[in-house]
Write a protein that binds this ligand. Structure first.
Ligand code: FE2
Length: 426
């Protein structure tokens, strides 16, 4: 072995040693009996497969304030603002911002990202830039690109041709935005056209779908039905699905089994949904996030995405998927022990399955990608947005951070404060 990490607690609670040979996990067992060049002791801390962000916009990230700040804070002003910024984008600056974000991601143990890239610009400058970034960060991050017609496939002239060109250039996944087309009928037509194109090309689909408070925005129904018609089960994802929050309960009782039958996965984006939805409400004000617990209960895989970090739609964020899970947990009221663990899965194993990542996990034969967290278990990791003590990519340490502690100067109190209630064996 090149490396053994002893006393690791896995997300399922098992206490194991993890043996790594080259770029692969060679053994996972209690009290592993093997020689190793290097040994580390995790002291009972949580060691997990890396965080995965299934929904992001890397072409817009870190552009906050360019060319101006979103004054209303709404989705529609964000889209308009992005439209103002697009003609001014320079490829070098976009690449530099994306690379900086990828540095943040690695430090957070976020080693796989599905990013949408806007194709409603005939220059396809952002596509070229992110394909370049994808090549450059491949040794440390799996970047998957979605061809995203931000201004509408049918509403924006040339968008479908641009999307096809982007796919030919190497973009991985077919995107869409049916609720932004001019009419419900045109939205449904865009779903049909995009799913047919994906089926013909053998590609996955991930659409921004029903990102609205309108209970009659039902493009998820068309997406599920087209998935069944074209045999795309397991390859299609509906992102956002916020209109489901406001839908009639009877209709949802029919919709949930259809989504489950179609094998369509769902991605909620808690930080963004809670800030962008319900903006037309006075009080009571809707939360706007999709029905996470109900989707999970119906057997639909649900991931949480970051969506935005310091861009026209959101002025905060730092690539921390534990912050995303923390917000998702609160907004969906997933406070039971099992539900809190599902929130951890929603930023690790579930999005890994949605992206189709190969060799993901902590088991013999998997890629030696893992994160050692300053936490005892997934719930404590979310509670503390725990420090990433060590991030390993293909068996190599790519980031290290100290545990979170503070020095106190209080009479009669301990000299240091530790936010973990019972630190084990460290
Ligand atoms: Fe998005």
């Amino acid at each position: 072995m090149d490396l053994i990490i002893r006393n690791a607690t896995l997300a399922d609670g098992r206490r194991v040693d993890i043996g790594i040979a080259g770029e692969t996990i060679a053994a996972v067992a209690p009290a592993l009996d093997a020689r190793a060049v290097r040994k580390l002791d995790a002291g009972g801390d949580l060691v997990t497969a890396p965080f995965v962000d299934a929904h992001f916009h890397m072409d817009a990230t870190l552009s906050y304030g360019l060319p101006r700040v979103n004054a209303s804070g709404t989705l529609l002003e964000g889209i308009a603002l992005w439209g103002e910024l697009k003609p001014q984008l320079a490829q070098d600056a976009l690449v530099e911002r994306a690379l900086q974000y990828c540095d943040w991601a690695v430090a957070r143990g976020l080693l796989a990202i599905r990013t949408h890239v806007d194709v409603c610009d005939a220059r396809l400058l952002a596509v070229e830039a992110l394909l370049d970034v994808k090549r450059r960060v491949a040794p440390w991050i799996d970047l998957q690109l979605v061809a995203f017609p931000q201004d509408g496939l049918l509403r924006s002239p040339g968008a479908f041709d641009n999307l096809k060109r982007a796919i030919a250039m190497g973009v991985d996944v077919v995107g869409g935005i049916p609720h932004f087309e001019r009419t419900m009928a045109q939205g449904a037509e865009s779903v049909r056209l995009l799913c047919e194109f994906a089926a013909q090309q053998g590609l996955m689909v991930d659409m921004h779908c029903d990102e609205s408070d309108d209970p009659l925005s039902r493009h998820i129904e068309t997406l599920a039905s087209e998935t069944l018609r074209l045999g795309l089960q397991g390859r299609v994802t509906g992102s956002h699905l916020t209109s489901m929050h406001s839908m009639d309960n009877y209709y949802v009782s029919k919709l949930l089994p259809l989504i489950a039958e179609s094998g369509v996965a769902a991605i909620a984006n808690p930080l963004i949904n809670i800030t962008l939805q319900g903006r037309h409400d006075t009080y009571p004000k809707r939360r706007g996030m999709t029905r996470v617990l109900e989707l999970l209960a119906a057997g639909v895989p649900v991931a949480f995405g970051h969506d935005c970090v310091m861009d026209p739609w959101y002025g905060l964020g730092s690539g921390d998927m534990l912050e995303v899970a923390h917000m998702g947990l609160h907004v969906a009221q997933m406070t039971g022990q099992a539900a809190m663990r599902q929130c951890f899965d929603a930023v690790t194993a579930t999005p890994a399955r949605i992206l189709g990542l190969q060799g993901y996990g902590i088991a013999p034969g998997c890629k030696a990608d893992l994160v050692w967290l300053d936490a005892a278990d997934p719930v404590e990791a979310i509670r503390l947005r725990a420090a990433r003590r060590l991030v390993l990519r293909r068996g190599r340490v790519v980031s290290e951070a100290p545990p979170a502690r503070a020095t106190l100067s209080l009479p009669g109190r301990p000299a240091t404060v530790d936010f973990r209630l019972s630190r084990k064996e460290s």
